[in-house]
Design a protein around this ligand. Structure first.
Ligand code: GRF
Length: 215
């Protein structure tokens, strides 16, 4: 399965995908990394690991519509079966959604449908919830609104600030996202209007994991 990964920032989820692929735990061909920001750390990491990179900057295009088309053409040139949003911080426009309908996944740092949008961990803290986590979902035209594919939960501690909660959530993202991508690649998770996990001997990788073995 050919996948393009889209990034805007640090790229820890990209790193998790590359590491899982290298460890033989994620059966995916990472054909390119596409960014909307030239200064994304994820681009440097991608280049270091021998991945093709492309940057499509909004300021290089006449307007939002032109950027949407350029972004879609850039991704499409790699003929991906799957597009993975791994910290891509812009809403995708109609060209991407139409071209890759049902084949775009995103990882989001909250238990959707709670706390969509820019800062899931801060919203969870402000709301006083006691559990948060991450969601891998299919992307549709809305904001973090497509069908949920998998989730992992973590506790929110009284001592948490935004960064400590986000760090705990990210540790789960780094496990969950490669597992979901692997499940899609191997046919365990079937995408479509109503995605479904095929029954096998082992359960899908959702769950509440605490204490985290890494802590
Ligand atoms: C992650 O928390 C992801 O859920 C959100 O953006 C963040 C990206 O982190 N969509 P990184 O760039 O992968 O480190």
């Amino acid at each position: 399965m050919r996948a393009v990964v889209m990034v805007s920032g640090r790229g820890s989820n990209l790193r998790a995908l590359v590491d899982a692929r290298d460890a033989g735990q994620c059966d995916v061909e990472l054909v390119a990394v596409v960014s909307d920001r030239a200064d994304a750390d994820a681009l440097g990491f991608a280049a270091q690991r021998g991945l093709a990179t492309r940057t499509v900057l909004p300021r290089d295009h006449a307007d939002r519509a032109a950027w949407d088309v350029a972004l879609c053409e850039t991704v499409d040139a790699f003929a991906p079966d799957l597009v993975i949003l791994a910290g891509f911080m812009r809403i995708l426009g109609a060209p991407m959604i139409q071209r890759f309908e049902g084949r775009i996944v995103n990882v989001h740092p909250s238990l959707l449908p709670a706390f969509p949008g820019k800062d899931g961990p801060a919203l969870a803290l402000a709301a006083g919830v006691k559990l948060s986590g991450c969601t891998v979902h299919l992307v549709d035209a809305g904001v973090d609104s497509g069908p949920v594919l998998a989730q992992a939960a973590v506790p929110v501690l009284d001592t948490d600030d935004r960064d400590s909660l986000h760090a705990r959530i990210q540790r789960e993202e780094h496990v969950l996202l490669p597992r979901v991508v692997h499940a899609i690649a191997t046919g365990r998770l079937v995408l479509g209007a109503r995605p479904r996990w095929r029954a096998t001997g082992t359960p899908p990788p959702h769950g509440l994991r605490w204490p985290n073995p890494q802590e």
